[in-house]
Design a protein around this ligand. Sequence first.
Ligand code: AMP
Ligand code: GLY
Length: 426
Amino acid sequence: MKILVVGSGAREHALCWSIAASPLCDALYCAPGNAGIANEATCVPIPMSDLDGIVDFARANAIDFVVVGPEDPLVAGLVDQLDAAGIKSFGPNAAAAALEGSKSFTKGLCERHAIPTAGFKHFTALDPALAYVREQGAPIVIKADGLAAGKGVTVAMTLAEAEAALVAALRDDAFGAAGSEVVIEEFMEGEEASFFALVDGTHALPLAGAQDHKRVGDGDTGPNTGGMGAYSPAPVLDQAMADRVMAEIIMPTVEGMAKEGTPFKGVLYAGLMITETGPRLIEYNARFGDPECQVLMARLKSDILPALIACHDGQLSSVDLRWDDGAAICVVLATKGYPGAYGKGSVIKGLDDAETDNAITVFHAGTALDEHGQVTANGGRVLGVTALGADIAAARDRAYAAVERIDWPDGFCRGDIAWRAIDRST
Ligand code: AMP
Ligand code: GLY
C-alpha cells in the first residue's frame, strides 16, 4: 500500500515510525513532515492547510490510505474531500470532528446522552457572562468555544482571573473568532488522564491509557502548553476505571453520534478528570494526543496500519492490539521561551548519541535541516525523547539519560515527567 500521513509534529513522526514498520506499507509519504520524519517517509512540501493540494497529491500518486494527524484539517473537512475523491482515510469527517472543533457541540451531546461532564453555560455577550461568574464564584473555568491551539482555557482560581479571561475573550478578541463565544464551566477536582479509543462508526477499541503534563514548569506550574511529556500506562486508569470510561463515556458518545447522523470514525481522545465520584469528561479531541501518541506507539506491539484501516472500513470488531507490558515515557524538549515567544534556527547535536538502543526513539516535532544538513530548531516543541522500560521509573531514567546526550543549549525540558505515577509507586 501507498500511505500518506498529514502533519508535521512528533505525533506524526511516531505515526510514520509505526506505519513504516508495517509489512503492508510499501511507500510512505508525509505532508509536510519535518527533518526527523524524513528518515521514515518521503516528505512532500504541502502545507496541511492546503486541503486541495493534499487531495491532488493523493490522487496523482495513487495513495491507498491517508492518515490525518492534527485537528485543523479534520475540522476543515479533509476527510470529506478525500471521501469525495474516493480515497480512503483515517479520521473523522468535519461533522464528527465537531467533537473537538466545538465545545458547545460536545456539551450538547453530553447533555442529550447523559455523559458525565462539568456543568456549563454558553455566552456570546460580556455582561451576562460576568454576571454569571459573579453568581457562581471561583474556582471556575472559562473556555473559548472554537479551536484556540490549547490556549483558550482559563482555570480561574479567583473571580478576578475569571473576569479578566471573559474580558479578553469577549471584548478584546484575544482568541479571534474562536473566542467570540465562551463556555463557562464548573471546576472539577481530581486527577487528569487521557483515554484513547479507536472508533469505526459503531465499535470502539480502547487503547492503552496515558497521562500528559500540560503545564510548562516542574510540579505542574506555569502556563499551559501543547504538552511537555507523557507516559503510559496511567496508574489512575486501571482496568476497572477503563471499563467505566468505556461504559459511561466512550460508548454513549459513539452511539449518540451514530444515532444523530454524525458517526465518528478515527481516534476518540477523551480528556478526563478522575473525580471522587468517577470519570468525567473534560473535553474530546478527534485525533491522537501529542505527546501521548509517542508513548502509545512506543508500547504498541501489533501492526497499527490494519487497525487504522479497520476504522475506515467499519471492521474494528475483528481487531485486537497487543501492548508492551512495561511502560513508556516521552520527555519533550522545547525551545527556551515556549509557550511564549522563542527563536528559531539553533543547531541541535547529539541526536544519534541519544538513541543508544532500541528502547529509545527521538521523535521530531519542530525541526528542519539547514544548508549544511544540520538539524535545527524550527518550533516551540522540538523533540520528544521516548523510552521504554520495565516500569515507569526505568523508562524515565533511560529517557533522561538520552536527554543528557543531546547537545542543544537553546532547549529545555521538564525534569519531573511522570512524577505522579512514580510517587504512587513509591
Ligand atoms: P482543555 O483545553 O479543555 O483540555 O483544558 C485545558 C486544561 O484545563 C485541562 O487539561 C484541565 O487541566 C483544565 N480544565 C479544563 N476544564 C476543566 C474543568 N471543568 N475543571 C477543572 N479543570 C479543567
Ligand atoms: N497532549 C494534549 C493534546 O494533544 O491536546
